[in-house]
Design a protein around this ligand. Sequence first.
Ligand SMILES: [Fe+2]
Length: 378
Amino acid sequence: MEMGIASASGVTMREHGLEAPLPGGRTGYFNFYWLRDNCPTSFDSETRERTFDIFRLVREPRPASANIAGDALEITWLEDGHISRYPLEWLSQYSEGRRRSDPADLPRRAWYADHYPDIARFAQPRLMVDRKQVVKWVEALLVEGVAILTDMPDSDEALTATVRLIGHVRPTFFGEYFDVKTHVNPTNLAYTAKALELHTDTPAEEMAPGVQFLHCRANSVEGCMSLFLDGVAVANDLRKEFPEAFKLLSETLIPYYCEHDSYDMRSRQRVIELDEHGEVCGVTISQHMADIFDLPQTFLDHYYPAFCRFGRMLQSDKYLMRFRLNAAECIVFDNHRIVHGRAAYSATSGERYLRGCYADRGEMRSAYRALTTTGRFK
Ligand SMILES: [Fe+2]
């Protein structure tokens, strides 16, 4: 076909691609490599994987002919005579280079100190048998970053089975599960459990775990309050009120560490994380795992005031949700978004036992897509 001249059906050849008329009267440009690579026959219907090998082409693929046939673009390729048919509706999704829409890319809803009564709650036994409930649960985790599961069976297996609804248990450098146990000796009246500073978990990992599960197996200790806050709410307010501080915290990589005899974990993270749209998607904060800042001292003249301003905002009553996690509850939250800790408490009797683990956020989103949409191949 001649370059630059429209065929009878309106297809115009260009140097490295063609222009085709699309539904709605638009014209779209498509690259020849892209067209050849994405011929519907390139994909195996059983495995749903691409089986065509674009790397074996010795030169740029070129059409011998290209026409509109019905509601499709039909190309006969010069090299091997292969015929490709592309529905125009399908082509128009890719004509502007827009990212494929993602059902798991839901807008976040920031929450504040008064969120406790409104936290999405799901009875775990029902979750195990009702996929619609699983969808709502993941939606809460994507939109608000937190949910509470109730009526959890008092067993290790229940936690694992719950995680398996949205992925796999994701190990960290200290293993697959962790146990937080406090025994309060009734004879020791002076017992005081120290406050646990506000943090996100294991920032020293290159990829800190995405979803955290904390299964409360026992809590007979009085006055032990959990502290949770939405890092997105705080970072959004910082952005509005102190844009310079926000810029520093969302652009600067700072070092985190976790070191002992047999390990030396190190990573660099931004305190405020932005998503592909430039929106705040989370925070990474941990004073006990922040390494000594190895940045130019004159830069720290600017960074430290911003860092401390944000740290003080995190502790503000506007954001801090205080509540008691009860036995048979499991709080599930986005470890890159929800900052958590524990208020100091003193008690004379009781036992507190939390068993925790993590799952991957990518796997959670995958589960959500699979439960809510048909994908490209169904
Ligand atoms: Fe933690």
